[in-house]
Design a protein around this ligand. Structure first.
Ligand code: ADP
Length: 490
């Protein structure tokens, strides 16, 4: 199969969140299975060009229709760690992708509406006819709309679209001008509740809704989150649309890259280990304590690694720190927040706990330290309010670090409670709580800490169950191929 991914991000060259990892990892998995895969990205000035090999112009002059005229673009080609990527560079005064940042501009919707149009125009003019176009999040919601309303008349009859939603929170709400700009000028047709008109903001065009309505298949990043999006407020206003289109909507759990996240080969940790050599994990615990100035005492280390965002349950993270310290455990936090008030709060907390020999808060982004934390901690806590998939818990499982999570989204699909899950004992791998409040969190933390002290053999078995889980891209890769096979023209 020939598959083209049209995406705003791809790790490691243009990464803001998990979407970037999915685009890279899924592409590699599809290639391993014998498919031809290309990725189309904007040519941002702030990309990691040191991760692109052989960058060269592939199409010098691409004219992309835009409002009543056309924008002159060049399309570049390069390899990102072996993945074949095209980068679209517009030469216009709008300067869409030379801003020093990926997002955060008042014309973000115009920037990505343009990118969607340009990607299709490139495929059309370069005579590329993929079996499947796979696009991602609100930034590329217009791709299926433009394909089936415009490009289908220019010879792109057989292309089919899979659309993956990584986060329902950002949907690309905009005015009618985005339709005008891309040539969707029959406004009455598109600005309709059956198509792109937002379900609640009656004056807004919703790009993500367009992606759902027009795509041949729509996925989100875990089965539980697919259910939540349809039946709870986590669909952020799109539940009705998803229910209308339920026959083409489902959840595919993300995977993680076991070449990066694997304690057997991890170059960033003090001592490598696997299930047979599990005791070596404790050399990493020592190394973590040395690095973060924590005292060496007979106590478990509980960690949090992740963004400090309201989605992650910041109040509960705060509470987890003090609960751990009161209950004879140590706490390590690695996180950062773009929101000034949350940042301020955690900086104050860090100052307050500065002298504690049992606690360290590292505020910032530090990939290398994150590896040592996954390897050195005994447990990891994730009290998320919502979590479409979550990678942190899957990484922790691989490192034998027992997750304590709230039963939401992808956390519910990957972590199974030691005491209350219906699965056989060998499949239980962590601690799960339901209510997003202090009592809920404490109940799970209490059970985890008590098991660590009183029943170390049982705790060790739980660690091993987690290490035995397979959350690689093998299964999701096959799931996506099955979807492509279902929708493609044969
Ligand atoms: P989200 O995509 O919502 O941020 P995920 O759990 O899906 O959350 O993915 C988080 C990923 O980012 C994990 O790989 C985690 O290790 C990493 N990460 C998050 N914050 C940091 C940080 N401050 N330093 C290093 N790695 C981080």
């Amino acid at each position: 199969m020939y598959i083209v991914q049209i995406a705003p991000e791809c790790a490691p060259v243009a990464k803001v969140g998990g979407l970037a990892d999915v685009v890279f990892d899924l592409t590699r998995e599809l290639e391993i299975r014998g498919n031809e895969v290309h990725i189309i990205l904007p040519k941002y000035d702030c990309m990691r060009y040191d991760h692109i090999w052989g960058l060269q112009v592939s199409m010098k002059d691409l004219w992309v229709p835009w409002y009543n005229g056309a924008v002159h673009c060049s399309v570049w080609f390069g390899f990102v760690h072996g993945r074949k990527c095209f980068f679209i560079e517009p030469h216009s005064q709008d300067n869409f992708f030379n801003r020093g940042h990926f997002y955060g501009f008042s014309d973000d919707v115009s920037r990505f509406a343009f990118f969607s149009k340009a990607a299709l125009e490139f495929l059309h003019k370069d005579n590329r006819r993929p079996d499947i176009i796979h696009c991602h999040d609100w930034q590329t919601g217009l791709v299926p709309v433009l394909l089936f309303e415009q490009y289908v008349h220019g010879g792109m009859h057989w292309q089919r679209v899979c659309y993956t939603i990584h986060n329902f929170k950002h949907q690309g709400l905009t005015g009618e001008y985005a339709l005008w700009a891309t040539g969707l000028t029959n406004i009455a047709h598109y600005f309709n509740y059956d198509r792109l008109r937002d379900n609640f903001n009656h004056t807004a065009v919703n790009l993500m809704k367009g992606g759902i309505v027009y795509s041949n298949f729509v996925t989100t990043v875990s089965p539980t989150h697919a259910h939540e999006a349809r039946f709870t407020d986590q669909g952020s206003g799109l539940s009705h649309t998803l229910n209308v289109h339920q026959s083409k909507f489902g959840g595919v759990l993300n995977g993680i890259d076991y070449e990066v996240w694997n304690p057997e080969i991890d170059p960033h940790i003090a001592s490598r280990y696997n299930i047979e050599t599990l005791d070596k994990k404790y050399e990493n615990k020592d190394a973590l304590r040395d690095r973060l100035w924590l005292r060496k005492d007979f106590k478990p280390i509980i960690a949090y690694v992740g963004r400090l965002d309201s989605q992650k349950g910041v109040d509960l993270i705060h509470h987890a720190i003090f609960y751990a310290l009161r209950n004879n455990a140590q706490f390590v936090l690695l996180g950062s927040s773009p929101e000034p008030n949350i940042n301020h709060h955690f900086w104050n907390l860090k100052r307050h706990l500065n002298d504690s020999p049992d606690c360290h808060l590292e505020l910032g982004f530090n990939e290398e330290l994150s590896h040592l934390i996954y390897a050195g901690a005994d447990m990891i806590v994730m009290p998320s309010l919502f979590e479409p998939c979550g990678l942190t818990q899957m990484i922790a499982l691989k490192y034998g670090t027992v997750p304590i999570v709230r039963a939401v989204g992808g956390l519910q699909d990957t972590v199974f409670d030691k005491d209350y899950d219906g699965r056989p004992w060998e499949q239980r791998n962590g601690f799960v709580f339901h209510n997003a409040d202090h009592a809920g969190l404490e109940s799970a933390m209490h059970r985890a800490i008590a098991l660590w002290f009183a029943y170390p053999d049982d705790f060790r078995e739980l660690m091993i169950h987690g290490m035995q889980c397979d959350y690689s891209w093998c299964r999701p890769g096959q799931d996506y191929l099955n979807i492509y096979d279902l929708i493609r023209c044969k």
